[in-house]
Structures are given as structure tokens and as C-alpha cells.
Write a protein of this length. Sequence first.
Length: 241
Amino acid sequence: MSSAHLQVHEVSVSYGRTRAVNAVSLEVPKGALVTILGANGAGKSTLLNAIMGILPAKGSIRFDGHALEQLPLETRVARGLSLVPEKRELFPDLTVADNLQLGGFRRRAAERDKALADVYAQFPRLQERQRQLAGTLSGGERQMLAMGRAIMSQPKLLMLDEPSLGLAPRIVAEVFQRMVMLRESGVSILLVEQNARAALQVADYAYVLELGSITKHGPAAEIANDERLIESYLGLGGTEY
């Protein structure tokens, strides 16, 4: 893998004496969709939070060739990183439009207006519900709003933590199709997923994380064809579309 946007080298994260992520190395090339697969508790969310600067970590994290280890979360966002967390963390008492505007608060008014138009073009349902309170949306709509809010910061690299969690298969397919559209627009994506089959259908490259360590990595098609791996570590379930 070359022309890496993101380079993670030997990154470890501990909670007290428990090491949740152990010397993980990975890359996300520019314009690629890379997925991290693994069972619940494998350390996937912890790794994303470390990359974003939410959790302290040891090791090297570089973005566009620049070291991030000493930079706060706000600076990482300004550099072009954005994270959609598993719990989405929307403001339920604000409207869809207000939640989106908050995602672009660092941008100038003209840039924010353009970003908002882009989000509505990618997620027409959000435009239909722009005056609706976020707390009244369906699960799929909340996920789209969380993604849209992240896009408002105009990220170079979008990290998604379990975007399919709790969603019906039809909505999962729609969310994943939006990811493909974002990649085609030039946004690099790092996707954390338990739904291995769905993730491998859209990803270019995959890493398998087990108990905090990378146990396998390779082109997504190669990982998808490893039936022993799918059955042993990733489960046989998952949505196909």
C-alpha cells in the first residue's frame, strides 16, 4: 500500500494494566476505503479513539506525513480527520439542520453553505427532515445525520465506528452505498465493522483485529475468500447486497 493518508505504526493503548490495543500498524491510502474487522471487544473502537486523540496511545500516528501524537483532537479535526462514533452522539433536542451546522462551525459561512448543500445532495432524506428534531429520527436517519455532520467539517479521512449497528438490512445497504459515494468523491474512509461480509463488499483493503492485535490483512477480496477466517473470527452472518 502506498500514498498513505494515514500511517499507524506500533500503536498500543492500555486501560490501567490491561492492553486493549497491542502494537497495531496499518495504513489508509488516499482515496481508499479500508476496513478493520473483528469481534466485539477486539479493540476496534479503542484504536479509532486513539487515532482521533480521544485516548492516549503509544506509537506513531502520521497523517499526510505529519506526526499527530502530540496534537489535540481539535487540531486533528482541523487537519482533516473526522470520526463518527458508534453512539453517534447527536444533539437530540436540536433540529437536523442545526446538528449539521454544528459540524461545520469552524468553516466560513460560504464554505458551510456549500458543505450543507453537498450533504443534502448525498443524503436527500436529511433535507426532507431538516426541521425535525434529531431525537425523533429513525436509527438509519440518525446514522445518516451523524455521517452528514462529520462531512460538514470537510474531512480528508472519515472514520466510521460500527455504522451498521442496530440497523435493518435495507438501511445498512443504503448507508454502505453512501460510503462508496463518499470514497468516489475523494474522501478516504477507515471503517470499523462487525458486519464483515457487508464491509468486505465495499472495502479496498482489510485488517482483522483479534484481542487487540492484527492477525491478518490483505486486499478485501482476498480476505472475503478466506472462508476459514470468516467462520473462525468474523462469523457467518452479515448483510449482502
